[in-house]
Design a protein around this ligand. Structure first.
Ligand SMILES: Nc1ncnc2c1ncn2[C@@H]1O[C@H](COP(=O)(O)OP(=O)(O)O)[C@@H](O)[C@H]1O
Ligand SMILES: [Mg+2]
Length: 297
């Protein structure tokens, strides 16, 4: 039951009591979690989907900002040579001297010289730029090539509660590094039919990494993004996603709204760009849901 009398199904204006959410499950309230009394070590989450444009970077920024609002110390790792996460947090990817690439490839580079504070309180950034595109090839000849990011993060993980790695759209060696470093995976998925086919391949990769490199890895959840509740299509796809992933599908669903591209242009999380907007509220709910599922402290 809702504690706040203004609680509504986002965007519908209806009361949540007894209502059914987009997943077909009854709408639940996720309580505000208790404050943390001490920080670290971090739970590491990889935001992965080998398709581009599904909301990985948007979800990394906004889930990170929402966790920080709850007092969690957050590090966001840009692991895409496009540098969209870095740009989205106000860093200019072309002006960066040192990035995650240097931390991985040059053992004399101290990760703390590369981590930056951002405008978002409680959120730090390990940035990336196009230099990272060379890593995919260079890593092939490295010792323990799948574990390079994991060891690069070891020195900072004590300091944070959550580290989220924003992956590039591929299942190559960089993404395998992210999966090897992570405790959990969040899979953002556009609520469209063709989206499901690609996920089978992704789940296969996750299982291989579990078997061979990182037994602790688990799927924290599947996040439906760019959902349009007005279309039958979106609702049918949701039903299929729930058929395929069951309880792994987050109750929280991110609706399609132009506020997200607007916030991207402004290089800000939607949480600060349009703080009361339903899109911001959805990511706050996702943060509470993730914590209540044990996916973050
Ligand atoms: N819920 C949403 N509704 C509308 N547009 C969105 C939404 N989420 C993300 N976008 C926009 O879609 C584009 C791709 O999102 P992005 O997070 O960069 O995806 P990815 O990192 O998977 O490539 C961006 O322009 C972003 O602003
Ligand atoms: Mg991206």
């Amino acid at each position: 039951m809702s504690q706040r009398s203004d609680e509504r199904i986002p965007g519908t204006g209806r009361d949540t009591a007894g209502a059914v959410g987009p997943t077909g499950r009854p709408v639940r309230d996720f309580p505000e979690p208790p404050e943390l009394t001490e920080h670290g070590p971090a739970r590491i989450i990889a935001m992965v989907n080998q398709k581009g444009g599904v909301g990985k970077t948007t979800s990394t920024i906004n889930l990170g900002a929402a966790l920080a609002e709850l007092g969690r110390k957050v590090l966001l790792v840009d692991f895409d040579p496009q540098g969209a996460l870095s740009a989205g947090l106000g860093a200019n990817p072309h002006e960066l001297e040192l990035t995650v690439y240097n931390v991985m490839m040059d053992r004399s580079v101290d990760v703390w010289d590369v981590v930056q504070e951002t405008e978002v309180e409680g959120v730090d950034l390990l940035p990336a730029n196009i230099d990272l595109s060379a890593a995919e090839v260079q890593l092939v000849t490295e010792v323990a090539r799948e574990q390079v990011l994991a060891s690069a993060l070891r020195k900072v993980e004590e300091h944070y509660d959550v580290i989220i790695i924003d992956c590039q759209p591929s299942l190559g060696l960089l993404t395998v590094n992210a999966l090897t470093a992570a405790h959990g995976v969040i899979i953002p998925l556009i609520a469209e039919f063709f989206a499901l086919r690609a996920v089978a391949l992704l789940v296969d990769s996750i299982e291989k990494v579990q078997d061979r490199l990182n037994p602790r890895l688990q799927i924290d959840g599947v996040l439906a993004t760019m959902f349009d509740s007005r279309t039958l299509h979106s609702r049918e796809v949701m039903a299929r996603i729930v058929d395929a992933f069951g309880e792994k599908v987050f109750d929280t669903v991110i609706k399609r709204t132009v506020k997200f591209p607007d916030a991207t242009v402004a290089a800000e999380p939607i949480l600060s760009f349009a703080t009361a907007h339903q899109g911001a509220e959805s990511y706050r709910q996702l943060a509470r849901e993730l914590i209540s599922r044990g996916g973050a402290p």
